[in-house]
Write a protein that binds this ligand. Structure first.
Ligand SMILES: O=c1ccn([C@@H]2O[C@H](COP(=O)(O)OP(=O)(O)O[C@H]3OC[C@@H](O)[C@H](O)[C@H]3O)[C@@H](O)[C@H]2O)c(=O)[nH]1
Length: 431
């Protein structure tokens, strides 16, 4: 198949590269010519394990290229994927569809021959119908169908998630579109990955509902963690016991400092907004959002209590990205916790394997260090905020030696209390 992928953000770039690895001819399109030049030079603008090699391999095989010439890419394509950003709209929490509609207009003007226009961006219910209407209005004679194909990949595990998905969801309205999408995903159906064909609106809703449900699991266990601290239970034991129930499952039950990233915060807000608009308020989702904000504030209180008074204290922060294996700081809990510490007069020293490039702009008033030991030099306390692998097996004797104090707040529960207490640390964790 000849595929045009409009937008080279996380979803567009990973999907485009993986589709070319399936053997399809893929052209990734972006209006940002600097980005296209970097990609043409083999430079991947995001940190994602394995992506650069996979890109190089498919470029070398002649199956993958990059351009800012949307019209040419669309004219040559059997399927055009819209994978542009749908950020939160200022003021109302709705998904901003400006880029989706702008891309749709440009696509309409370039449609040649039968084409399936597929929305891969996360979009509110009804957007595909609006895309179809705009295409029809702009190019009344064009031969096309629309399809919805939400993406469920996680940052840091994107290639694995794309290549071995739990399922692929495709919303379609015609047998022709179904045939094209079936051909595009044939390599996955050969691996027995279920391809679920459904209607457009249901496909759009599956994406929001799935993300909101995962966020609900996290907010739920984070609230249980707070209660565990009061009643003397251990949230790790609780989530283990809960997760053994096949109806609940162990995944996404790790208590911590709150969820972040480019998806859960944005998608829960958009879903809450959709509910309000249709006079069917999504109260659970609205509460999930509130709880997540409260969890981050609770982490600040937890650290302040551990420090006594933050003012004049030296605090080392291990990890600031919203989760490990990504350089992404979007809506990371660190964006609440670190400014609170700096604002209270603490000296904050930060280390993160990949977060510095974004973090330097988003976290003023801190100093950056190459590793945990350098950050902890002379520190009164260490706060473990992102569970990067390199923080999982720290040399506790060496850490104790470089620090001035003995306090550790493990906000990802990756250490056992006894481990740290035996090394002379005062240990605080979540739940
Ligand atoms: O048990 C958990 C799991 C996750 N989290 C937190 O939840 C946040 C989201 O983690 P994810 O791994 O889901 O991150 P991502 O944002 O990359 O992916 C998420 O959004 C995009 C969708 O396509 C993915 O399917 C969805 O998982 C992170 O801040 C993570 O630290 C927990 O606090 N506890």
């Amino acid at each position: 198949m000849r595929i045009a992928m409009i937008g080279t953000g996380y979803v567009g770039l990973v999907s485009g590269i993986c589709f070319s690895d399936f053997g399809h001819d893929v052209t990734c399109v972006d209006r940002d010519t600097t980005k296209i030049d970097r990609l043409k030079a083999g430079d991947v603008p995001i940190y994602e394990p394995g992506l650069e090699d996979l890109m190089a391999r498919n470029v070398a095989a002649g199956r993958l290229d990059f351009t800012s010439d949307l019209a040419a890419a669309v004219a040559a394509a059997d399927a055009v994927f819209i994978a542009v950003g749908t950020p939160t709209r200022r003021g109302d929490g709705h998904a901003d569809l400006t880029f989706v509609m702008a891309a749709t207009r440009e696509i309409a003007a370039a449609l040649t021959g039968y084409t399936v226009v597929v929305t891969k961006s996360t979009v509110p219910v009804g957007t595909n119908a609006a895309v179809a209407a705009l295409l029809r209005e702009t190019a009344p004679d064009a031969d096309f169908d629309v399809a919805s194909n939400p993406e469920f990949l996680r940052e840091g595990a994107a290639i694995e998630d794309f290549m071995r998905p739990d399922r692929v969801v495709v919303g379609i309205e015609s047998a022709r579109a179904r045939d094209v999408m079936q051909t595009i995903y044939r390599p996955l159906s050969l691996r027995d990955a279920p391809i679920m064909f459904t209607d457009l609106a249901s496909a759009e809703m599956i994406k929001y509902a799935a993300n909101a449900f995962l966020a609900t699991k996290i907010s739920f266990i984070n609230e249980i963690a707070a209660l565990c601290e009061r009643v003397g239970a251990d949230v790790k034991q609780v989530s283990k016991g809960m997760g053994m129930d096949g109806r609940i499952g162990p995944k996404f039950l790790h208590a911590g400092p709150g969820y972040g990233g480019s998806c859960f915060p944005k998608d829960t807000r958009a879903l809450a907004r959709i509910g309000q608009e249709h006079a069917v308020p999504q109260r659970i989702v609205e509460t999930v959002i509130e709880v997540n904000e409260a969890v981050k504030r609770r982490m600040v209180d937890k650290i302040f209590n551990m420090l006594g008074t933050p003012s004049g204290k030296r605090v080392a922060i291990l990890g600031v990205t919203f989760k490990p294996d990504t350089d992404d700081m979007r809506e990371a809990p660190s964006l609440t916790i670190v400014p609170a510490l700096v604002g209270a007069g603490a000296e904050v020293r930060v280390t993160d394997p990949q977060g510095r490039s974004e973090g330097e702009h988003m976290l003023p008033g801190v100093s950056w260090h190459d590793d945990a030991y350098a950050a902890a030099e002379g520190a009164d306390a260490v706060v473990l905020l992102t569970e990067w692998n390199e923080f999982r097996a720290l040399d506790l004797t060496r850490l104790r030696h470089v620090m001035r104090g003995t306090k550790i707040a493990d906000l990802r529960n990756i250490y056992r209390p006894d481990e740290l207490q035996n090394s002379g640390f005062t240990y605080t964790s979540v739940g």
